[in-house]
Design a protein around this ligand. Structure first.
Ligand code: FAD
Length: 240
């Protein structure tokens, strides 16, 4: 890798810049990035489900769990209201749970779920979500899906987010699929902690951030966890 120093002026922001490696160096850290080297006194990792092994020890504490979504074509608004009265947001209690809602304009159903615990092909996860959606809303069987997308959420073994410092690197992550409001809040809290402001104190800094002996940042066991969740839901369904 050829490295050139990138701007490190205070407040400077570098987009589209992958941090490939973080090394301890005198007075702080040296970050090897896709656009050069950055030296920093303080490092905050806010990479959640994208915390890879190259970023260090935190990758042993946060699991990448993919979340998949599809959106139907525009439907008659009365059909949408009939399927989701009051346009509620819905989350299930199944282990491979689904989450769904009407789109803000009330014309589509947006349907998400744990189609898999690893990244399958687009066709696979679309098929899985279509089957799950058709099971819940028979009216939507065969409906055209116009959009699909996915991303990684970050889960901790405590299933709660965490802020703090590990091996000298600050972090705020592990939102377990619920980070839209928590991530900005805990990002603010950890910034205050870095400034040594007591207002930065939060319960999410006090709870443990466990790992497991079998997890070294490579989530090899996710397909097995997927099977376990499927089996659990299958048995729970039989018992009903
Ligand atoms: C499909 C989907 C649906 C979701 N739905 C909801 C929902 O309905 N409600 C809710 O509360 N939450 C939801 N979430 C979870 C929510 O999106 C996350 O909890 C939240 O985005 C976490 O914010 P964050 O800033 O910590 O991490 P992210 O938003 O994941 O951002 C991490 C950032 O780190 C950058 N990054 C990663 N690695 C590197 C690196 N090596 N170098 C440089 N940059 C790096 C990435 O480019 C990214 O910009 C959903 C997530 C997904 C994927």
């Amino acid at each position: 890798m050829t490295c050139t120093a990138v701007s490190t002026r205070p407040g400077g922001l570098q987009g589209k810049c992958l941090v490939q490696n973080i090394e301890r160096s005198s007075g702080g850290f040296t970050l090897h990035t896709s656009r050069g080297i950055v030296r920093a006194g303080v490092v905050l990792l806010a990479t959640n489900g994208y915390t890879t092994r190259s970023l260090g020890r935190l990758s042993h504490h946060v699991l990448p769990v993919p979340s998949f979504l599809v959106a139907t074509r525009e439907l008659d608004e009365n059909i949408v209201l009939d399927l989701i009265p009051g346009r509620r947001m819905i989350v299930e209690t199944r282990q491979r749970h689904c989450y769904y809602r009407a789109s803000p304009d009330g014309k589509r159903i947006i349907f998400g779920g744990r189609a898999a615990l690893f990244k399958p092909s687009d066709a696979f996860y679309e098929r899985q979500l279509r089957t799950l959606m058709g099971g819940i809303f028979p009216k939507l069987r065969g409906v055209e899906l116009t959009h699909r997308w996915w991303g990684k959420t970050g889960f901790t073994f405590a299933t709660l987010p965490h802020v703090g410092k590990l091996e000298g690197i600050w972090h705020a992550m592990g939102y377990c699929g619920n980070g839209n409001s928590m991530a900005p809040w805990l990002g603010y809290k950890v910034a205050l902690q870095i400034l040594d402001d007591p207002e930065g104190d939060t319960a999410f800094a006090q709870i443990p951030l466990p790992t497991r002996w079998y997890y070294n940042g490579h989530p090899w066991f996710m397909p097995l966890a997927d099977l376990r969740f499927r089996l659990h839901d299958f048995v729970a369904n039989l018992a009903r």
